[in-house]
Design a protein around this ligand. Structure first.
Ligand code: SF4
Length: 945
């Protein structure tokens, strides 16, 4: 059981002469929700306060001065002190470079105009007046908010209240629609409420962990490491990975069920039939606590109730299916963890229910080490669900389409104009903007021009929208570039509020840096606009007051007044003073009223009493049938595009793209494909390829090695116009959605892959941020004190020397150029040295087989070139063989692939622990341990051969 025992949120220490404060906060990336400690020198915050809005050099200086030390919070139950590489690098994301620090506006219908700085009054009046004018002329459904799982619960609460209770529309949706709304819909159908019944401790109590559509090793690394440690401590624990790809997560798997993309329902319907046929139904549980088992079993049997037919449909070996079913059947304590691979499907909700059905049939829910477990992608996807941040939900787990619930909320808010019907979910929302039905939108903390399916249509829709308001921390994003009003928001480290992680744990995000420039909290901006629109009820003295209102609303009509009780209940957290809110330790909801004289106590596991949230207290089996993705492959588009995250980047890279050590692992957008498919498509590893669907196209570098099965390709979601010329995979993804949840089918778009012909390839390392001349293809990669560009072009280069000088545009006096050219071969290399330091270099070739970048990158980090370095500069590699580290694997210690392989070979290493002991790799955050395992296997296979 969790509780809210007070843990010091801030502790002050002092070394000999430098006082420090340690602030406990929460990681802003994935849904694991790790606790973080920020150790700050007390005086440093002041250097950042009121950072000048128009002085980039000062921004940089302040950014450097304000860098706190970041470490895992040993007292936080989610991570017990561990952080993955992204969390560990958070301190390097806090600089103010490229931040939006003042409100700005550009003329409507002129998105090419550079935004001009305006006062807060001007900007917020423009938002309030603009929204009011559209509502007056076209009604409340002509405006919308599109918000984000990056927002804090307090921000989310106010946005939802303003739109649903005062503007009178439910047109507020969130980017969480794109990652977990199928889980929400599945929970509501099965349990009667959007409830995750399990907790992280259940993983440690389980004997079998089934990971479905989840590359937890990369996307939820600390959770994955908890499972890895569990397997070390209890080797009998089994792990099954159900995923078409052989991901890094499979390094831990006893069984990899590499099913055909989209066939999950057949697999789990087959499991349901298998369990029932072998008498493994928990009859007492099913009889007393559920409805609908007979219908679910009929549906499952109709999908092919025997192992052979399941194996045929899912394109699996019969023994693989049998082994999975036998393991599930033989193990009482099973947790089935699922994520985007299940949710992001046109039948995502049915997939979720097919998993839950198996747990209901066996009564494996509400008990230690048992239950279905949806893990969320974003830090506050769960918090958004609590406050009704989705267009079809009301606040506090109340129902928008229930008149009694609407009346409760209207009365509580004193709302003049409640929404009476669900609003537009994300995909139809942007379609409505395209059609001109929605004429004003406020986008908060998200980047739909990159992340939405059919992203080119989304961009075109926003470009013609009458009023686009964007509140963000970054001055330039693909979406901010289309905004008429830009509002500077607070970033992580400055924000103050709460988030809820995948196990319902509410944790504080506490500020440890003062607001920079004119930036303000999202809730504050929303309240200001609400007041300017003439609404009352938006005068909060701080986030604690919003949280209190949110907590009190959770108790309204909760099991009283004829309204069924809801699990979401924060009764024990109502009435917190500012000080108590500041001191709040993490706690899992529901939090009932504490007994007199005791503090609030959370709840780790739900439905232990078998009473579910439906009005009759019974869970529902949902009969589901297998259904293939909306768009199948054909001769023109013969490959299945799968999209997702890479290990070291996050969403659209606004934070992780700044951090050199996070850029080393995956530097460019890549299309990962099986070598045989590449051969058939006429593309080769390292070359550029165009990935094209019926909806759009993008360009990426071909790679192998990501465990792709034949017929599928994988492209990461992160790259966008700020980092690459044409790498938005959202432009390629089809906009088919799940009929129940509205979640798009990001995991299945038919595509073709074709060569992207260019006449030259190049890379550049330069201390200048921007290159002076464009290229057909470019990717920008942040290094330490330099920027790396990968380039390619179609136009032949007649004079390479002149081209290089124009490209690099080095203006420093006394610049010395070292050059090598083989004009016949089309090879050119140049380095520019200024005062003994490498200022820039460029390597050009007709082929992509250019030298490795790692050694040259190290030279760019140095203040001066040594004589041997200068001598081998244009070779691109050191004179002594074997010192190139290769592509970074361990970002914490900067250890590359070549270094690890050399150590394995030279020292005969056979385990990841031995690698760590030898060269440190894998010894800090552990995110790279699965890849070290794969390298061990690969090296040993080569040696054996
Ligand atoms: S696993 Fe990594 S990204 Fe996720 S919350 Fe923890 S530190 Fe942050």
């Amino acid at each position: 059981m969790s509780n809210a025992a007070v843990i010091p949120l801030v502790s002050a220490t002092s070394s000999v002469d430098v006082p420090h404060v340690t602030v406990r906060t929460t990681c802003p990336y994935c849904g694991v929700g790790c606790g973080v400690e920020a150790v700050c020198v007390t005086a440093l915050g002041d250097a950042r306060r009121g950072a000048p809005e128009h002085a980039p050099e000062n921004k940089q200086q302040n950014a450097q001065a304000a860098m706190p030390e970041i470490r895992g919070d040993a007292l936080h139950p989610a991570n017990a002190g561990r952080l993955c590489v992204k969390g560990a690098a958070l301190g390097e994301t806090l600089g103010l470079e490229e931040r939006l620090l003042a409100p700005a506006m550009r003329t409507r219908n002129d998105v090419m105009e550079t935004p001009r700085t305006v006062s807060w009054d001007t900007a917020l009046d423009a938002v309030a007046d603009g929204f009011r004018a559209v509502i007056a002329e076209h009604g409340p459904d002509a405006v919308a908010f599109y918000v984000s799982g990056q927002l804090l619960t307090e921000d989310y609460y106010v946005a939802n209240k303003l739109m649903k209770g005062f503007i009178g529309s439910a047109n507020i949706d969130t980017n969480s629609r794109l990652c977990m709304s199928s889980a929400v819909a599945g929970h509501k159908r099965a349990f009667g409420e959007d409830v995750v019944p399990v907790c992280y401790d259940d993983l440690e109590a389980a004997d079998l962990i089934v990971l479905v559509g989840s590359n937890a090793a990369w996307c939820h690394p600390v959770l994955f490491q908890r499972i890895a440690r569990l397997k070390e401590q209890r080797p009998a624990v089994r792990v099954v990975v159900v995923d078409p790809r052989h991901t890094a997560t499979c390094e831990l798997a006893d069984l990899h069920v590499a099913l055909k993309p989209g066939s999950d329902v057949w697999l789990f319907n087959g499991l349901l039939s298998y369990l029932a046929d072998r008498g493994l139904t928990d009859r007492a549980f099913v009889g007393a606590h559920t409805h609908g088992v007979a219908e679910a079993l009929v549906a499952a049997a109709a999908d092919g109730g025997d192992i052979e037919s399941v194996a045929r449909t899912c394109k699996l070996a019969v023994q693989t299916v049998r082994r999975f079913y036998e393991m599930f059947a033989a193990t009482g304590r099973v947790v089935t963890v699922f994520s985007q691979g299940v949710n992001q499907s046109s039948s995502g909700t049915d997939k979720v229910n097919s998993i839950i059905n198996c747990h209901l049939l066996t009564g494996r829910i509400g008990k230690p080490g048992a239950g279905p477990f949806s893990i969320t992608g974003q830090p506050n996807a769960m918090g958004g669900r609590e406050v009704g941040g989705l267009a079809n939900m009301l606040a506090a787990h109340l129902e928008l389409d229930n008149a009694a619930h609407r009346a409760l909320v209207q009365d509580f808010w004193g709302a003049p104009c409640m929404a009476v019907q669900p609003g537009l979910k994300a995909v139809p929302l942007f379609e409505a903007i395209e059609a001109g039905r929605v004429k004003a939108i406020w986008i908060m903390g998200t980047n739909p021009v990159v992340s939405m399916p059919e992203a080119d249509r989304v961009r075109a829709a926003l470009a013609r929208c009458e009023l686009v308001v964007v509140s963000d921390v970054m001055a330039r994003t693909d979406t901010a570039d289309l905004a008429h009003v830009l509002l500077p928001a607070l970033a992580w480290g400055e924000k103050d509020g709460t988030v809820t992680n995948s196990e319902r744990r509410i944790s504080r995000q506490r500020p440890f840096l003062p607001p920079p420039g004119a930036a303000r909290a999202d809730w504050d901006l929303l309240c200001d606009v609400a007041r300017r629109m003439g609404y009352r009820g938006f005068d909060y003295p701080g986030p604690h007051a919003i949280f209190d209102e949110h907590a009190r609303l959770s108790t309204v009509g909760n099991g009283t007044g004829g309204v069924a009780p809801r699990q979401f209940n924060l009764a024990g957290l109502t009435g917190l003073s500012r000080a108590a809110y500041d001191a709040l330790a993490s706690i899992q909801w529901p939090v009932p009223c504490p007994a007199t004289g005791t503090g609030p106590t959370g709840t780790a596991r739900l439905y232990a009493d078998g009473r579910f949230s439906h009005a009759d207290g019974r869970a529902r089996f949902v009969p589901v049938r297998g259904c293939w993705p909306a768009h199948g492959i054909d001769n023109d588009y013969p490959l299945v595009l799968n999209t997702g995250r890479v290990r070291d980047h996050w969403h659209t890279m606004t934070r992780t793209g700044k951090v050199p050590r996070l850029a080393g692992h995956t530097s460019e957008a890549a299309v990962d494909m099986h070598p045989h498919d590449a051969l058939l498509c006429g593309v080769r590893e390292g070359e550029l390829a165009r990935v094209r669907s019926r909806w759009g196209a993008m360009v990426a570098r071909v790679r192998h090695g990501g465990g792709m099965p034949r017929g599928s390709v994988f492209v990461p979601i992160h790259w966008n116009a700020q980092f690459a010329s044409d790498a938005r995979v959202g432009a390629v993804v089809n906009a088919a959605v799940d009929a129940v949840s509205g979640e798009p089918e990001f995991k299945h778009t038919p595509v073709q892959v074709e060569p992207f012909p260019v006449s030259w390839h190049a890379f550049v390392l330069t201390r200048t941020q921007e290159l002076a001349t464009p290229a057909t293809y470019w990717t920008r990669i942040q290094g330490r004190q330099f920027v790396r560009y990968e380039l390619a072009g179609r136009e032949a280069i007649a004079d390479a020397g002149a081209w290089a000088r124009a490209l690099l545009d080095v203006k420093a006096a006394g610049a010395e150029w070292l050059e090598y050219e083989d004009a016949t071969a089309g090879v050119y290399r140049a380095a520019c040295v200024v005062a003994g330091r490498l200022e820039a270099c460029v390597f050009l070739s007709p082929r992509p087989d250019l030298p490795a970048r790692t050694w040259l990158s190290v030279l760019m980090e140095n203040d001066a070139l040594a004589t041997p370095e200068r001598a081998s500069l244009l070779a691109g590699e050191p004179l002594e063989a074997g010192t190139d580290t290769g592509q970074i694997v361990c970002a914490c210690f900067g250890v590359g692939r070549e270094t690890i392989c050399r150590a394995i070979r030279q020292h005969g290493l056979s385990t990841a622990a031995e690698v760590t002991a030898c060269i440190k790799a894998g010894g800090n955050c552990g995110s790279c341990v699965p890849e070290i395992g794969a390298l061990l296997l690969a090296c040993h296979a080569v040696q054996a051969a």
